[in-house]
Ligand binder design. Sequence first.
Ligand code: SF4
Length: 435
Amino acid sequence: MNSQASETNQQGGHLTTLVERAEPYAALLRRAHLLAEPEAPTELRLQALWQSPTRPKDLALLDGTPVEVLDPGHWNRTAGPDFRDALLSIGGALRRGDVELHLRPADWDAHGHTKDPAYAGVILHVTWAPGPPAKTLPPAVPTLALAPFAERQGPIDFASLPTPRDDAADPRPCRLRLEGEPGALDRLLVSAGAYRLLIKSRAFAEALRDGSPFQAFYEALLAAMGYRRNVAPFRRLAQEIPFARLQQLPSLRRFAILAGVSGLLKEERRDLWDLWWDSGFPPSLRPYEWDFRALRPQNHPFRRLAGAVGVLHRIDRLLDLSLGNLPEALVEASTLLCEPLALKGALIGANRAHAIVTNLFVPYRLALGSLTAASLDALPGEDVSQPMREAWHRLTGTLRDLPKGGLRQQGLLQIHADFCANPALSCQTCPLADA
Ligand code: SF4
């Protein structure tokens, strides 16, 4: 081994040792819900990360042997290993061959690769999660786990990493077809956006048939306050304390009951505690499983619940407002309890308010029949997301002039979900190519 390789080996060893040494403390933080687990990607996105220059740096095997990726190889889209003909430096020695990727080391065993001659040229097994090597992995093939290195490097935006579909020839067939038909793209976006909103309105239409449309709205409103992690406890709360039982009560008492029953109320808030007890709503028998991991203080469920109660207080007026004025009015309504609860800042941010309008108010009003199709043109847009950007780029070949209105943005999201991100389709078989 030359001196440079030996130095690199030392660095890799130091880093691995550091990860191992830091692990008990990281585990302590995780147990206290102060540190989020790095989110596991799908296998396809893990492959995208391997191919991408943003792959974690300073990689090393579990024993500290440094691994340098000189060429990740060609992405194999047929049977066999995921990448062919990679060039790696492992412990300073150059190796050329195939690379197979899995989420966990044991996936190699589960897929039975050792019995398959197509995998005989594999020189490295790359996994997301660390762990003992697969039982049937040939001894000469080392395992490299990426998650510990990704954790050090910070969050990875997996959704933005290009996948094999992105390698398809440009311009995409959909773009070629749409470019030849004036106005076709806009008609497609409007139609796809209307379709998406109609689908969202179905749950409310069903609730309308059951005679409980507002309860469905109330459940969806509370669930929207949970972001991803606390959707379930918020929804459960709305089901355990139906809106009909709160309807006649003042907002502060509504809040005290919801916070008390769900375990969000601290005993030092004697005033709220008394309001809750006087109302005769017993504490829940089954504790609520709130997830406070890596939660920013402004997203705490206590604040979100207060914001929802503020919105419920003004609901009649909000449901009458034009779509253009609604997001701002929502933000404002959410602050109703800020003063009595001594909370600072908006309890629902502008971005969340836009999402609530699109995903809740519009579908609900569509189901009630209080919104016309023409008024959807005034639906305000949200912050542009990665799927919107991706779909727009594929349809037009540019990232300029992305639609700002909500209806067309919803159309982009629907097209992305139905076609571009549909694993059962390719650009060649996509119905949009020759619709
Ligand atoms: S999957 Fe369909 S909509 Fe998406 S880029 Fe390919 S042809 Fe266009």
